[in-house]
Design a protein around this ligand. Structure first.
Ligand code: IMP
Length: 307
């Protein structure tokens, strides 16, 4: 009977020890930890094909083994062509090792799993609408931490006022301010956005409560797309006489820029696609996704056409 090969060193079974090849693997491990399901990362390799001399020429090492369930799990976020190859290997593995239980988990299955367990405030319908996760929760956390550290360094000796534009900035502001090790203040404003009517200009729906004259102001934005909103905001705030005015944007959709307002701090650049999650909405939905993602075309249509 064929037997798998054990990894040389004991297989990692904690987040701290494992060197995950992929963000989604780390998140899957966190999900398992959360539910107290023990796991090992890539503990075994299953030889699939041998050359004449007995040398292994093809093998498969599933990502996880869950000893409590006696189950191997392979996560896949790969393109369809590569998935076909993985299917072939899995079929072969099942033929050669009939006692081994192995499950291939697609990104969509994995999102459904998160939804099922109520993680990240995502329901199953929202999970189904996601086309591609651009930035996972842990990637965002890492980047926001870096931004906060940089801002604290640049503003050392000052007490900046962070000005957020509602509502999309809610998650980003909440996380960013906790990574700035300085005495900061926070204020918010709401401005109207263009809704296809011709009745007037950008309006401040809800203004700041703080006086910004003579203060160091850092505007915190969720996403800068055409730059029109930010351009208007910078003009408004500059007229109030701050000591300095800078901008920190989580996402920069640079290819769409019309008004070129300089951004002093940028989290990530995004392609010319509509993105949701981590505060960003589509038709007021999806703000509560813990990651930033694009939506499937049918989900965009279902929610009322391209925004
Ligand atoms: P801008 O004035 O074109 O730069 O648009 C900025 C505002 O539009 C942002 O503060 C968002 O509220 C919204 N927005 C632009 N692109 C997206 C997106 O991809 N997803 C969600 N909201 C967006």
């Amino acid at each position: 009977m064929l037997r798998p090969l054990e990894a040389k060193a004991p297989a990692p079974s904690t987040i701290e020890d494992a060197r995950f090849a992929h963000e989604s693997e780390e998140e899957f491990a966190r999900l398992l930890d959360f539910y107290d399901v023990r796991w090992q990362y890539e503990p075994r390799t299953f030889p699939l094909r041998y050359a004449d001399g007995g040398r292994i020429v093809e093998a498969f090492s599933p990502d996880f083994y869950l000893p409590d369930l006696d189950l191997y799990v392979e996560l896949t976020t790969l393109k369809q062509g590569l998935v076909t190859e993985k299917h072939r290997k899995l079929r072969q593995l099942r033929e050669l090792y009939p006692d081994v239980q192995i499950k291939l988990l697609y990104k969509r299955d994995y999102l459904r799993l998160l939804a099922k367990y109520g993680l990240g405030g995502m329901n199953e319908r929202e999970a189904m609408a996601v086309r591609e996760v651009l930035f996972s929760a842990s990637e965002i956390e890492r980047r926001v931490n870096e931004l906060g550290t940089q801002i604290a360094h640049d503003y050392a000796g000052s007490e900046p006022l962070l000005v957020g534009v509602l509502k999309g900035v809610a998650c980003f502001m909440a996380d960013l301010m906790r990574h700035i090790a300085l005495p900061v203040s926070v204020d918010f404003m709401t401005i109207s956005s263009y809704e296809g009517d011709r009745t007037g200009a950008v309006r401040i729906v809800q203004d700041l409560t703080e006086n910004i004259e003579g203060r160091d102001i850092l505007i915190v934005e969720d996403i800068v797309d055409t730059g029109m909103t930010l351009h208007h905001l910078v003009k408004q705030l500059e007229s109030r006489g701050p000591a300095s005015l800078k901008v920190c944007a989580l996402l920069d959709k640079r290819v769409r820029r019309l008004a070129d307002v300089p951004l002093d701090y940028i989290g990530f650049e995004v392609p010319d696609e509509f993105v949701v999650g981590y505060g960003l909405d589509y038709d007021q939905k999806f703000r509560n996704l813990p990651f930033i993602a694009t939506l499937r075309a049918d989900a965009l249509q279902a929610a009322g056409g391209e925004a």
